[in-house]
Design a protein around this ligand. Structure first.
Ligand SMILES: NC(=O)c1ccc[n+]([C@@H]2O[C@H](COP(=O)([O-])OP(=O)(O)OC[C@H]3O[C@@H](n4cnc5c(N)ncnc54)[C@H](OP(=O)(O)O)[C@@H]3O)[C@@H](O)[C@H]2O)c1
Length: 301
């Protein structure tokens, strides 16, 4: 079974229901040269995963470029892949002494044009504000978003790690529908289901993307008692379904009515293949709640 597409009705576009994340690309134990990246992209495509999640800062500002070298060498990829990237985080170094955010119109334009150059593309499918900037001006942001869309450089804009009110603030000035709010969500961080983040996505008719779906791998290497209990429950459910633990971890996201889109972080090709099979193991409501209960260490009220 191939990974299905999920439709963004307001945007008239679909992306794969599992997205592949580029954050850890440079940590691959098998290397991160062109051959290995090409192999990974092809593994994803063969499974139906056609969407790749970048950010300007990933890999010390080098992962977009590493990926782009492969796109340049294999230009046929351009018609097969969809690219999401992010901007706004400024890391301290020779240029700046202080870590900060920049959502000024000049920086947004600069970042988009730099990502296009590094990724060797003419247009970016989705661009997200990486983190909410306390100094962000929604009017200024909406203006430059619109210009970049008119110029054909970006197809859709969205946000990441935004509270519902921050999302609403940007949306109130931007005449097109924001694409998504990409947030941290996994068994050990379930707040977006309870703080209005996912409610708002349903209300706006868009799908949240969820990062660190395996809690950065913590789900497979528990340290606390509650983490161990969660892994035991996952193992129990996996056994019942004839699935592997990771497949149950990813399947757990699929029950939510907002249409969550997990972003895979594993560099292991076999683990990517395994994740893609999660759609074969839909969880019952009871299994879903039993995982929520064990991960949070308490039953629902
Ligand atoms: N918007 C944001 O602020 C934000 C923040 C963080 C991340 N993201 C996005 O989300 C993506 C995914 O995040 P993530 O990398 O933290 O995902 P993740 O899946 O939670 O963590 C990946 C880590 O878990 C390990 N892992 C994954 N599956 C495993 C398995 N079956 N068994 C054992 N270990 C396993 C991986 O090791 P192996 O490689 O060895 O399998 C890797 O070290 C990123 O690439 C990025 O695109 C966005």
């Amino acid at each position: 079974m191939m990974v299905p597409q999920i439709k963004f009705i307001k945007h008239n576009v679909s992306i794969s229901r599992l997205v592949y994340g580029i954050w850890r690309l440079h940590e691959d134990k098998d290397g991160f040269g062109e051959e290995q990246i090409y192999k990974k992209i092809n593994t994803c495509l063969s499974l139906g995963i056609d969407t790749f999640d970048h950010a300007d800062i990933y890999g010390d500002f080098e992962n977009e470029e590493r990926f782009g070298m492969v796109v340049k060498k294999h230009p046929d990829l351009k018609n097969k892949i969809k690219i999401i990237t992010k901007f706004g985080i400024q890391v301290p170094g020779s240029k700046f002494p202080t870590k900060h955010y920049n959502t000024s119109k000049e920086h947004i334009r600069y970042s988009v044009e730099r990502s296009l150059r590094k990724l060797q593309l003419d247009s970016l499918d989705v661009v997200l504000i990486h983190r909410p900037d306390p100094l962000m001006d929604p009017t200024e942001i909406a203006e430059v978003f619109e210009s970049l869309i008119q110029e054909g450089k970006v197809k859709h804009f969205g946000v990441s790690n935004f509270t519902p009110s921050q999302f609403q603030m940007i949306q109130s000035q931007y005449k097109r529908p924001l694409f998504t709010n990409q947030v941290e969500f996994h068994l050990f961080h379930t707040e977006p289901m309870f703080d209005g983040t996912f409610d708002q996505m349903i209300q706006f008719g868009i799908h949240p993307m969820v990062w660190s779906p395996t809690a950065g791998g913590k789900i497979f290497a528990p340290k606390t008692e509650s983490e161990s209990n969660t892994l035991s429950k996952l193992e129990e459910i996996a056994k019942k379904y004839g699935a592997s633990v990771d497949q149950i971890v990813y399947s757990w996201f699929l029950n939510h009515p907002a249409g969550l889109i997990p972003i895979l972080g594993t560099n292991d090709l076999k683990r990517i293949e395994s994740a893609a099979k999660c759609f074969s193991f839909p969880l019952t409501r009871l299994d879903w709640f039993s995982l929520l209960e064990v991960a949070r260490g308490r039953e629902v009220a």
